[in-house]
Design a protein around this ligand. Structure first.
Ligand code: SF4
Length: 96
């Protein structure tokens, strides 16, 4: 049986960025992310990569075709949705 850690790593075997210069995915502040995102665009494990970065709160680099700022936006959106879902549950329980 695969552990969660090995499952986490399996997707990396299919990464489009294998063999690509890692510096491309960790550009200096203000530098273009276009080339890295272009590599990610055709990547079959893009979703896994993005979820891995979100789950592990990766602060730097391009993951799943998204920059730190774009991932922060997703995390905020998800936190908001979780909060709203909890409020709905609380209201439902209060009514019944
Ligand atoms: S989405 Fe981008 S960074 Fe992630 S594995 Fe694919 S090519 Fe690499």
């Amino acid at each position: 049986m695969l552990s969660e850690e090995s499952l986490d790593k399996d997707w990396q075997d299919f990464a489009n960025c294998l063999g690509v210069d890692p510096d491309l995915f960790f550009p200096e502040r203000g530098a273009s992310t276009r080339e890295a995102k272009e590599v990610c665009r055709g990547c079959v494990v893009r979703e896994d990569c993005l979820e891995y970065a979100l789950r592990n709160s990766e602060k730097f680099g391009i993951w799943g075709g998204m920059s730190e700022r774009e991932r922060r936006r997703i995390r905020r959106q998800r936190a908001l949705e979780r909060q709203e879902a909890l409020e709905v549950i609380a209201e439902t329980q209060a009514i019944s």
